[in-house]
Design a protein. Structure first.
Ligand code: HEM
Length: 618
């Protein structure tokens, strides 16, 4: 049924589910129905009731065309309550956020009524019917969720269970796991735990570990049983599954890359890694990765960076000084090591991604509904978040020193496009066909891709961009789906065009691009100072060509900024009035000088390294 079609029956009902026992006043108002035939403009029901379960309101509206707004506001002492709206059209109940995965729906709504089959109503109908929550009263973090962008983003009120995937996007945890990661494994995995404690180059008690003496490989082969039978037993606990996946991925990478580390510390090239993974790592890893929804190799979010912390004092939360590593390659769990600093800066940045997400969703909803105020408000939140994220990123220089980076870096390389694994790696007991996966990389973080997708930053049609697309597979499933939904809806709403239609929005848009530029420029500087100065290896840990890949995306952002600049010429000065905020001219001068500098630097490094390496995309 499409927008404008007639509803065959004159009844529209809404049902609100409450998850506590407070008394509520519920106002339900039907308004702005387009092309109504009979009903009055507006019907208002006021119902006061103590509720422990559902409240239903019904409007008898006669024959109407689809496309109106049912507004339901529920209040308890001025607080807007968390409720889940349903619409009943004819005799079928539709959850308003129709289209969500059943899994998520069940977590949030254990009491959802079964929908009865109805041949007249298409399941897409609720999306034609706009249902809004009272905008003034709904907190920023939640108002976007119950609106036009059909992706369920959790918030602090959402009910989560042990089966909720740890990496479920939310407005309070952002792209961090929804709960802090478990840091001990169930008892059957004691042999794995024991190996991982003895594994780092320097162990927790300061003594040299297995990687220091090059004894990890033989110790694995002598000691580790095949625990793949145990993995399945913990299937119901998504957090534990993710922790088991994290821990096997550390052992797997250390095992494969140990010989490369030995050569690297002797000042030689990396040479070859181990080309076969023994069954005792391969089988449980493949099993746990499949259940947890990752590739059977170390990933950025699910393993090395975002699932690799514990809180020293849980009451202190995610403060940088309160973070400790769970696993490490380099210096035991020393929180001041370069490896710890590298991991913690990522976590500290991502801890600000909740506002980035709610801002992006609000801006998207603004564009989807042609609501300029909503769009601008969302963009302002996005800018606040990006500013903070960039500030934290800048602390990397002190928290993890360039000369300490290359020691632990050896262990986060992947298989794809790496000279250490020219023919892939055989996972014994799984398949004799060699497998290949990209290595751990911040490129699999979701914050910058969110900006790319929301702002419709078009990357050039090059093999380098294919690598960017290939990286998408290496993210948690819910991150991937969220980013895809943002991309699709941003295209549907033509976010970029919507922003450029009005100078103030255009300025906000340009400033968001500027933060993406700043992020990518700093990245290029990191690559120069941490990698190019110390290593001749041609590919980064994720398998992208070290000199040309980051500039591919950075140049695209710089070029887009030049295109957008003219649309900001009459913008209100309010955004740039705040202290410390650069004016547009200043931003654009920097953009033009970075375009020139980057081109020169890429040419220089490429020439020094004998031209750009050939690019393999998968
Ligand atoms: C010493 C610090 C860092 C270095 C040396 C570094 C290095 C790199 C390199 C070489 C790449 C290329 C991709 C590949 O691995 O094949 C990359 C990509 C990327 N890294 Fe980092 N990184 C650092 C810190 C961070 C941090 C703190 C973040 C925060 C989330 C991050 C996020 C990203 C992103 C989003 C990309 C993709 C860039 C794009 O789309 O243009 N990196 N990084």
């Amino acid at each position: 049924m499409a927008h404008g079609d007639r509803l065959p029956y004159g009844s529209l009902q809404a049902r609100v589910y409450f998850d506590d026992n407070k008394p509520y006043t519920v106002t339900s108002r039907l308004r702005r129905l387009l092309d109504q035939i009979k009903p009055p403009d507006q019907i208002e029901d006021l119902i006061q009731k103590t509720i422990g379960d559902f409240l239903e309101v019904q409007h008898n509206i006669g024959e109407v065309k689809i496309g109106g707004t049912l507004k339901i506001t529920a209040r308890s002492q001025n607080e807007v309550v968390p409720g889940f709206p349903f619409a009943k059209i004819d005799s079928t109940w539709h959850y308003i956020e129709e289209g969500l995965e059943d899994r998520t729906k069940k977590v949030l709504d254990p009491t959802a009524p079964p929908s009865t089959p109805n041949t007249n109503i298409n399941v897409e109908l609720p999306w034609e019917l706009e249902i809004e929550w009272d905008k003034e009263d709904v907190p920023t973090s939640t108002k976007a969720i119950r609106s036009e962008f059909p992706f369920l983003v959790l918030d602090a009120n959402s009910i989560i269970s042990t089966s909720t995937p740890p990496f479920t996007v939310s407005t309070h945890r952002g792209f961090l796991p929804i709960s802090d990661p478990p840091f001990t494994l169930p008892p059957p995995f004691a042999p794995l735990e024991s190996l991982l404690c003895r594994m780092p180059i320097v162990t927790i008690d300061g003594t040299p570990g297995l990687l220091s003496s090059g004894k990890l490989g033989e110790t694995v082969e002598n000691e580790l049983p095949d625990l793949s039978g145990e993995v399945e037993k913990f299937k119901g606990d998504a957090g534990i599954m993710n922790a088991i996946y994290r821990d096997y991925s550390f052992l797997l990478s250390a095992y494969l890359l140990e010989p490369c580390h030995q050569r690297f510390v002797r000042g030689e090239g990396y040479g070859l890694g181990r080309q076969r993974l023994p069954v005792v790592i391969a089988k449980p890893m493949v099993k746990v990765a499949e259940i947890a929804g990752f590739k059977p190799f170390m990933e950025y979010a699910g393993s090395y960076a975002l699932y690799n912390y514990r809180l020293e004092d849980p009451s202190f939360g995610l403060a940088y000084s309160n973070l400790r590593l769970v696993r490490a390659f380099e210096q035991g769990l020393n929180p001041s090591s370069s490896e710890a600093g590298f991991v913690f800066v990522h976590i500290a940045m991502v801890s600000h991604s909740g506002l980035l997400i709610s801002g992006a969703v609000e801006a998207l909803n603004g564009a989807l509904t042609s609501n300029r105020i909503r769009f601008d408000t969302g963009m302002e939140d996005l800018l606040t978040a990006l500013k903070k994220i960039n500030q934290v990123m800048d602390t990397m220089w002190n928290k993890s020193k360039p000369n300490g980076y290359n020691t632990f870096r050896t262990f986060i390389f992947g298989i794809t496009s790496q000279s250490m694994f020219p023919n892939g790696v055989v996972y014994e007991g799984v398949s004799e066909e060699p497998m290949s996966f990209r290595g751990e990389s911040g490129a699999n973080d979701s914050m910058i891709p969110l900006c790319d997708n929301l702002l419709q930053i078009k990357m050039p049609d090059t093999p380098l961009t294919e690598i960017l697309q290939d990286f998408r597979q290496y993210r948690p499933g819910n991150h991937r789906e969220f980013l895809q939904a943002v991309k699709d809806h941003s295209e549907k709403a033509s976010v970029r065009q919507f922003a450029l239609e009005y100078p103030t929005s255009a300025e906000l848009y340009l400033r968001a691009l500027d933060y993406a530029r700043e992020f990518r420029w700093r990245h290029w500087c990191f690559t120069r100072e941490y990698i190019l100065k110390f290593s001749k290896h041609p590919t980064a840990t994720g398998g992208s060509p070290i000199v040309t890949w980051l500039p591919n995306q950075l140049q695209a952002v710089l070029a887009l900024m030049v295109q957008v600049e003219p649309y900001c010429s009459n913008a209100s000065v309010s955004v740039s009035d705040s202290p410390g905020v650069k004016d547009i001219q200043e931003i654009m001068d920097l953009v033009r000088s970075q375009q020139v500098t980057l081109t020169k630097e890429v040419a220089k490094y490429s020439a020094e390294r004998g031209g750009a390496p050939s690019v393999r995309t998968s």
